[in-house]
Design a protein around this ligand. Structure first.
Ligand code: GLN
Length: 489
């Protein structure tokens, strides 16, 4: 395997054993970027010189005989809605196309303390609204398994970079599936931690009661290591949970004996690609063979999750995005006659179609007269969705279902029909509504040779069991060792 194809834990050992230098590794990944980025288009900003300088500093440390941390010298990419001090953070929006944050997100502070090599910022749907990166105002990212297909979204740049070997690891954000679904479409591992497990400070807000940052990696081991780094209470985010952070790598054991897996019947119904269903059910059989017990469960309010999500998320987005008014942040329209005209022109000119659609839906749902019928009702249904999980988790330890109803589809296939796009989120949004953790990992291929992802859902703050089940399955297969052979055009 080439260096850029290796997971971080393998590269870490190679660095420690002095088989490679951080500079060699960084140059290998930068050369890979030169080779394939023109086709994949995952990056919005490449911090080439900083990456080289970071790698050299790590090599000096190693030369002095100092110990290095897990991620030290390992090149990764950051979704472009996570604030990076001094480096543009655009949210793939025209309105923030020149925005350079004066501070780091907490996750960046935590990462930087480990001295990784940061390669740059990667593409997303504008303000993380979408599931394909087609809503990016800087162009679509292509799926490394088939360049004609979408990489998923909104963290499509993160997933595509990890799959293409143009990053060893990446951070993404997940409001309704934006880490798990692109991980599934690109054949990599992606985890949305429990709401509050990871600080949101410095994550540009889309829907604050749903957003969460998490890792996208080449395997489950790397996922556990990165979660160790980014998890924990943060004074700067009052919604971050004040609970001890376990060492997640201790959960990397191949043992599911006696563990109860719930299979929700509502997730294996209409609209599901039979190849996806087949692969996920086969994966569950494998876990059964490893000693887990499988129980059919019911999550009766699943059908309402999409409508609920597409009221709550836009309502919060409408509020969060009110700050882009041409005054404090970002671009400002020039030919305005007064303040209101300036704000109207700025927002009309610099927000994309999908963002405007959601601001309108959100403001409608929140407006006097409709609030009770839409927003308040959605909050009530959200609680019912959560109670479904509470009941299920009285009987089972984890729940398994597909991450997405299909494999990656062709660029342009669904984007002109917003409702069709929203329906793709059926398997991922319920978790965000309930605040629960979920991980997606590869479990097979379609006949068109596109990766299929299985989703494991856990109890709140029980990422350890998720990792244990994911690791047990991963170690019984070799999907995590497969790499996308770029092609398709
Ligand atoms: N596809 C969903 C949406 O468009 C999820 C996005 C996300 O998780 N950021 O809202």
């Amino acid at each position: 395997m080439k260096l850029y194809e290796q997971p971080a834990h393998v590269l870490h050992d190679m660095l420690v054993n002095k088989e490679i230098t951080a500079l060699q590794l960084t140059e290998a990944v930068l050369a890979r970027i030169d080779e394939v980025e023109g086709d994949v288009k995952a990056y919005l900003t490449i911090t080439h010189d900083e990456a080289i300088a970071q790698a050299k500093a790590v090599d000096e440390k190693i030369a002095k005989g100092e110990d290095i941390s897990f991620l030290e010298g390992i090149p990764g990419a950051i979704k472009d809605n996570i604030c990076t001090k001094g480096v543009k953070t655009t949210c793939a929006s025209q309105i923030l196309k020149n925005f350079v944050p004066p501070y780091n997100a907490t996750v960046m502070e935590k990462l930087n303390a480990e001295n990784p090599v940061i390669l740059g910022k990667v593409n997303l749907d504008e303000f993380a609204m979408g599931g394909s990166t087609e809503n990016s105002s800087f162009g679509v990212t292509h799926n490394p398994w088939n360049l004609d297909c979408v990489p998923g979204g909104s963290s499509g740049g993160s997933a595509a970079a990890v799959a293409a070997g143009t990053a060893i690891w990446a951070l993404g954000s997940d409001t309704g599936g934006s880490i798990r679904q692109p991980a599934s479409f690109c054949g990599v591992v992606g985890m949305k931690p429990t709401y509050g497990r990871v600080s949101r400070y410095g994550l540009v807000a889309y829907a604050s009661s749903l957003d969460q940052i998490g890792p996208l990696t080449k395997d489950v081991t790397d996922c556990a290591h990165i979660l160790n780094i980014i998890a924990g209470r943060d004074e700067m985010d009052s919604t971050s949970v004040d609970a001890a952070v376990p060492d997640y790598t201790k959960a990397l054991v191949k043992d599911v004996k006696g563990l109860k897996i719930g299979l929700p019947k509502e997730y294996f119904v209409k609209g599901m690609d039979p190849e996806v269903e087949g692969a996920v059910k086969a994966a569950v059989k494998e876990l059964e063979a490893q000693g887990a017990e499988v129980v059919e469960i019911s999550l009766p309010h699943t059908d309402y999750a999409i409508s609920t999500y597409y009221l709550i998320a836009p309502a919060e987005a409408a509020t969060n995005l009110a700050r882009y008014d041409g005054v404090s942040y970002g671009e400002r329209a020039e030919d305005a006659v007064d303040l209101v005209d300036m704000m109207t022109k700025t927002r009309s000119q610099y927000f994309g179609e999908e963002v405007k659609r959601r601001i309108m839906i959100g403001n409608y749902a929140l407006s006097a007269g409709y609030y009770d019928a839409y927003y308040l009702k959605a909050l009530k249904v959200r609680r019912l969705v959560k109670e479904d999980y509470d009941k299920a988790f009285e009987k089972v330890d984890v729940i398994i279902c597909p991450t997405a109803p299909s494999v990656a589809y062709k660029i342009g296939e669904h984007i002109s029909n917003p409702l069709e796009m929203y329906l793709q989120d059926a398997c991922t949004v319920p978790l965000n509504l309930a605040g629960l953790p979920g991980i997606s990992l590869p479990c097979g291929y379609s006949s068109s040779k596109m990766p299929i992802g299985m989703q494991i859902i856990g109890k709140a703050l029980d990422e350890e069991t998720l990792l244990r089940v994911a690791y047990t399955y991963e170690q019984s297969q070799s999907y995590h060792e497969d790499r996308a052979q770029l092609g398709g055009k």
